[in-house]
Design a protein around this ligand. Sequence first.
Ligand SMILES: [Zn+2]
Length: 376
Amino acid sequence: MFEVIKTEGKARRGVFQCAHGTVQTPVFMNVGTQAAIKGGVSALDLKEIGCQIELSNTYHLHVRPGDDTVRALGGLHKFMRWDGPILTDSGGFQVFSLAKLRQIREEGVTFASHVDGRRIFMGPEESMRIQSNLGSDIAMAFDECVENPARYEYAKASVERTTRWLERCIQEHQRLNALPDTVNPHQQLFGINQGCTYKDLRIHHMQQIARLDCDGYAIGGLAVGEPTEVMYEILDAVEPYAPWEKPRYLMGVGTPSNIIEGVARGVDFFDCVMPARNARHGKLYTWKGAINLKNEKYRLDESPIDPECDCPVCRVFSRAYLRHLMKAEEVLALRLCVIHNLYFYNKLMQRIRDALDAGVFAQFRAEYSGMLDKRI
Ligand SMILES: [Zn+2]
């Protein structure tokens, strides 16, 4: 299912196979939380912007329209008209960050929906059933996302429970995949490493879940407010214990520089709402650094967002026009800016893969890691 075809230091160039196609890694997954990219971007656009794999959200789709509705309509691929690979997160992160009045027990979590306050119970089995109904290519294990910072004793107990939850996820996932009417019987399952910023907990947990032979391994609970250097230290500590032959996914990360540094530390998959969210606020990425489109200096600027970019937006529209749309609060401003930023992220991954193929990733990292996060 996954093959590392080239390495440079710890960085890996790989190929990942799943039911809806082949993914070249390192890869950035484009986040369509509710089966749409926020900013008016549809599955039709994803092809245009070089998206290889789309990410949708278990919690959101369970609350609305309901995973049984999506299943009745043929699964998420058919529902949103995206025929490429899809990863669904487990709902864990949203249950612990978004839902109100939650109560955690060994069986799972009871919480109130952020939409209508309805009481919902979700545990490992429920998360697997929802993701099976959605029919994604990759399902994520249900884990507890502990608030950062957390006390050591709490983090330790939580990590142990997350391991027990993973064992239950694996059992239920195998049962669901074997059912005759399963939407996607080839769905894969990734386990998630937790342990806050405690290196010994992180390593111990990765050693435990590595034995459970998941299809891939994610590192969760990072980029939640800790300093970037701490995140890199955790990655450096955990990486040697992540199974080498399986894909590694750093959840919710990050800036262009974070991604380049993640690749350098052996990560294959990334996802983040940041490029789309920044685009909606006028922060746009270029190959020289990020610009703020709302700035007065772009009022009469007829050049594209980035002269080096060949995205559908930069081929046609000027900074002056896009700045006007943003100031006038036209919906089109959001759509065009999101398309540019996601195209930029997908292109960044393409350039990282090209650099790895050519054996010049170290030079690419030295040139771009610092520059791309700068504001110009
Ligand atoms: Zn562009």
